[in-house]
Design a protein around this ligand. Structure first.
Ligand SMILES: Cc1cc2nc3c(=O)[nH]c(=O)nc-3n(C[C@H](O)[C@H](O)[C@H](O)COP(=O)(O)OP(=O)(O)OC[C@H]3O[C@@H](n4cnc5c(N)ncnc54)[C@H](O)[C@@H]3O)c2cc1C
Length: 374
């Protein structure tokens, strides 16, 4: 095996062959940023690019709150932990669209052993004094906290409740910002729809490493056609308000949240997950129901009858996958293909952790592609 030109006749050493990412959603872009920071050369190919708004481009529409998911594996929890760490650092830059906000989570029932409670591992259980040596450290200007609420501090119809600081990402700010970061780091975007991975391979004959981060596209790419991928429609209400600094989440059967967007002066009210609908039209019944549920959850933020001029609607298709998301690497002849898609309603919460895992998979492939002499 020759390091610079063994596998496909390329004269370029591995590190300079562009890594080609299909998909410019939060997953493809987070991976691009991570790989560029590690010194790789990266091209992102996609039909929709940061700043676009299309119903099939899920990353334009996410809530997107960091919320610890219940029922996930330790590895998946760790992806969320890494995302939390990266987002917390990004929150120092107001341009990033990432903000630290108060969170209130009300539980319908006693939390199960594999519940979202693990999320407290990323926040502090004690309030640190202002004089703490951490207070002046770069990146630690704010110590995030978690606290179980006492009865009387939450509505009586819930079993229990948690209060914690969490992170929200405004995709209307974050995606364009991330796109700019990628360009500044030397990454390149190519706007193009492809019908297959083969078509992508033929566009980049020098490249040996490809990443499929095409979300819902993985259902239709002719040489992927993953039947486990399915669309799950989301429709949220955006309410313009100054009361946009507290996240509310109802943990249980009723799927209701109020996600603040401080940089857009409003809150996102949801939610709904609809299989089998791809409709771009606003369903007024869903909107009415979401407003009602959000008012019950957070009456201090959401009035019973908000004025119509403060209301708009968000509609997007989540790329969900039976059996959970794919994050793996496979050899295809002289090429290595990484697959990272099917993140359903959690793409932002997993994003930067997934990007970190992708870097490790790319480095493993790099090792296989180059000669490492004794
Ligand atoms: C209403 C709503 C609320 C949500 N709230 C949250 C939340 O609070 N927290 C959270 O973590 N997540 C949330 N999500 C989920 C989150 O938005 C997704 O998990 C995430 O955006 C998926 O990102 P992605 O990069 O995999 O896919 P996408 O953002 O869909 O990007 C796919 C990319 O692949 C490209 N592509 C696909 N096929 C092709 C092709 N054939 N040729 C060329 N390019 C192609 C597309 O153009 C696009 O660039 C929400 C989603 C919705 C809809």
């Amino acid at each position: 095996m020759g390091g610079s030109n063994s596998v496909n006749g390329s004269l370029l050493p591995f590190s300079q062959r562009p890594i080609v990412i299909l998909g410019a959603g939060i997953i493809g872009c987070a991976a691009a940023r991570q790989l560029l920071r590690a010194g790789f050369s990266v091209v992102v190919v996609a039909e929709f690019l940061p700043g676009d708004q299309d119903i099939n481009y899920a990353s334009a529409w996410a809530g997107a709150a960091w919320h610890a998911a219940g029922g996930i594996t330790p590895d998946q929890r760790y992806y969320q932990v890494i995302s939390h760490r990266v987002l917390l650092r990004m929150a120092q830059d107001p341009e990033s669209g990432v903000h630290v906000v108060d969170g209130r989570e009300y539980l319908e029932k006693e939390p199960a052993p594999n519940s979202a409670i693990w999320g407290r591992t990323v926040v502090s259980k004690v309030r640190r004094p202002e004089s703490s040596h951490l207070a002046g450290s770069p990146g630690l200007t704010q110590i995030l906290q978690f606290r179980e609420l006492n009865q009387g501090e939450y509505p009586a119809n819930f079993h229990s409740a948690w209060a914690y600081d969490t992170l929200v990402t405004d995709p209307t700010r974050h995606m364009p910002w991330l796109g700019q970061q990628i360009t500044k780091l030397g990454g390149r975007f190519v706007r193009q729809r492809v019908n297959s991975l083969e078509e992508l391979y033929s566009m980049f004959p020098e490249s040996t490493l490809f990443i499929n981060a095409s979300g819902i596209g993985s259902k239709t790419l002719t040489d992927v056609q993953d039947d486990n991928v399915y669309p799950e429609r989301g429709q949220n209400v955006f309410l313009r308000t100054d009361a946009c600094h507290t996240f509310y989440f109802r943990n249980g059967q009723e799927y209701t949240y109020v996600i603040p967007r401080p940089s857009s002066q409003g809150v996102v009210l949801g939610g709904v997950k609809q299989q089998g609908s791809l409709s771009p039209e606003v369903d007024p019944e869903i909107a009415r129901d979401e407003l009602e549920r959000a008012h019950r959850l957070a009456p201090d933020v959401v009035p019973e009858k908000p004025s119509a001029e403060n209301i708009s609607h968000i509609i997007g298709i989540r790329s969900s996958r039976k059996g959970g998301f794919r994050l793996d690497s496979e050899k295809q002849g002289h090429r290595t293909l990484l697959s990272a898609y099917g993140f359903g309603g959690g793409g932002y919460a997993f994003s930067y952790g997934v990007a970190d895992a992708i870097q490790k998979l790319v480095e493993r492939a790099e090792r296989e592609h180059v000669i490492v002499e004794e």
